[in-house]
Design a protein around this ligand. Structure first.
Ligand code: GLN
Length: 543
């Protein structure tokens, strides 16, 4: 059997310090060295998965190919590692306790008292090793969510501590934040020192320390951390803020992190493994063109703080597509409610080269989104509708082109006379039973594409493709004929032809919608086709 090496990453001082990007970057660097790499995210919350959490609470719900509703960090890993991860790569406290309690009920503990220690860490280790097995990886990164010192992450840290004791080759990397308070103007190491001490208290000594900070750490700070935290100075690295997260692997490699990790595992370090990535970074650092993209949503309810996290895969997909077309993205958040209050506001959309209505749920701001979609359709502004964005494009077309007055989705108006978007038949019982966890239509599903359509061309003239999904509603089959007569082209349908997966308008330069979420498969060097098409159309009009 293949030897698996583990790297456990903990975080110190504060959350949101970029531990996910550091983890993903380490993964990329090892992959570039020729290894098969996977990454696991541990989330200490009780939710069994991220699917029941509001994105504004916890960031985007990232959907895996096998239909997991997972933490957004899995998206970061997928983008850096260019792999498709399994839902098994996201472990939560809820999953662990659910399994242990079910086993207990099934008498699987053979009459023993089932206790938090050792049974909970045992199940955590089993899950980590299982995720490692499925992926058959040489390296498994394990990012432990939350901050060291949190009551709820102790058992996960305990589990990775036990792994070394049980013979697993595992390296402990601690990523901590070093603040530079404005009034002092000097980088402080004390909170990071304390976070290492907290780790020591629960039995873990970090092998490698990575200091996240606004500016690079100087020698004096490195010496201090080394002395107080008992870590050899050559294992202390700096990870300052960079203007682009995709520069992180190059920075860490130049600091010597890759070599240090490989040394620790007694593996050779190969030089010049980052040529392709360096070329990519060089290209995106010198772009002359700019594309401005407006994302129309219900943003007053959210506050801008969590916006980026809630739509991270959409934002990254826009960047990838822009870079592929030698342009810088300029992304703006447009609150759809302003188009409900006053339709004159719609003319502001003329300032954008392209407009996106992303996925969403519920009634807030919906009429404003529909008004915006009408405006971009009538004014030939390139448009991409993602899931809800396609459903609302269908509603708009039904109302304003097919003359179906008050047409709607039954998600918002169950009594509408024209339910052009309706609940998927298999979803009815879930809603009746309030069975909401992991019951949407999820994960990767295939679609057959119609030859000679825009979408077929964008997908490289492939007749069958697949994208990831997360929805309960669909285009109502009863209205397909009428819509087609009136000009909507359903350019992609499910293999049984029941579900309309893609739509476009032929006369419009780019008016495209999909029931899927192509943003989950976009990669920095391989943009998602529909985003690429949107940016190309926008640049064409610019010229
Ligand atoms: N609310 C819609 C549905 O459930 C769209 C979901 C989405 O945009 N992901 O079908």
């Amino acid at each position: 059997m293949k030897k698996t090496r583990y790297i456990a990453v903990t975080g110190g001082v504060l959350s949101g310090l970029g531990k996910g990007v550091v983890t993903a970057s380490l993964g990329y660097l090892l992959k570039a060295q020729g290894y098969k790499v996977t990454a696991i995210k541990i989330d200490p919350y009780i939710n069994v998965d991220a699917g029941t959490m509001r994105p504004t609470e916890h960031g985007e719900v990232f959907v895996t190919a096998d239909g997991g509703e997972t933490d957004q960090d899995l998206g970061t890993y997928e983008r850096f590692l260019d792999v498709a991860l399994s839902k098994r790569n996201n472990i939560t406290t809820g999953q662990i306790y659910q399994t242990v309690i079910n086993k207990e009920r099934n008498l699987e503990y053979g009459g023993k008292t089932v206790e938090v220690i050792p049974h909970i860490p045992q199940e955590i280790k089993r899950r980590i090793r299982e995720a490692a097995d499925i992926s058959n990886a040489d390296f498994v990164l394990i990012e432990i969510g939350g901050t060291v010192g949190d009551y709820q992450s102790v058992l996960f840290i305990e589990a990775v501590r036990e792994m070394r004791l049980e013979g697993d080759e595992i390296l402990y990397v601690h990523v901590a934040y070093l603040p530079i308070p404005k009034n002092i103007g000097e980088m402080k190491t004390k909170p990071a020192q304390h976070s290492v001490r907290e780790l020591n208290e629960i039995g873990l000594q970090p092998d490698i320390f990575i200091g996240r900070s606004e500016k690079p750490m100087d020698e004096a700070r490195k010496n201090k951390i080394s002395f107080i935290c008992n870590i050899d100075k050559k294992n202390i690295f700096s990870a300052p803020d960079l203007d682009n997260i995709y520069k992180e692997p190059l920075f860490l490699d130049s600091e010597g992190v890759t070599k240090t990790i490989l040394d620790r595992f007694h593996l050779p370090y190969k030089k010049n493994t980052l040529t392709e990535w360096k070329k990519f970074i060089k290209k995106i650092s010198n772009l002359e063109k700019t594309v401005s993209i407006g994302i129309v949503g219900k943003y007053f309810d959210i506050g801008d703080f969590s916006l980026e996290d809630s739509y991270i895969s959409v934002i990254e997909s826009i960047k990838h597509a822009c870079w592929n077309n030698n342009a810088n993205p300029e992304i703006s958040w447009i609150d759809s409610k302003q188009f409900e209050k006053d339709e004159n506001n719609l003319s502001m959309l003329d300032d954008y080269d392209a407009v996106i209505v992303p996925g969403g749920f519920g009634s807030s701001g919906v009429e404003g989104k529909i008004n915006a979609i009408r405006y971009v359709r009538e004014n030939n502004i390139p448009y991409l509708g993602l899931c809800y964005g396609m459903q609302l494009a269908v509603v708009e077309y039904a109302r304003n082109v097919c003359n179906l007055k008050n047409a709607h989705t039954t998600e918002i108006n169950p009594k509408t006379k024209h339910p052009v978007i309706d609940i998927l038949p298999e979803q009815k019982k879930n809603i009746e039973k309030s069975d909401y966890g992991a019951t949407m239509r999820l994960g990767e599903h295939p679609a057959k594409l119609k030859k000679e359509t825009k979408i077929w061309k964008l997908y490289g003239k492939k007749d069958k493709i697949s994208e990831r999904h997360r929805h309960r509603y669909e285009m109502n089959p009863e209205y397909i004929d009428l819509m087609e007569q009136k000009g909507i082209v359903f350019s992609g349908v499910s293999p049984n032809r029941r579900l309309m997966e893609f739509m476009e308008l032929s006369e419009h330069d780019y008016f495209v919608g999909t029931q899927a979420h192509p943003e989950f498969k976009s990669r920095p060097l391989k943009p998602a086709p529909l985003f690429d098409g949107l940016i190309k159309a926008a640049l064409n009009i610019q010229e």
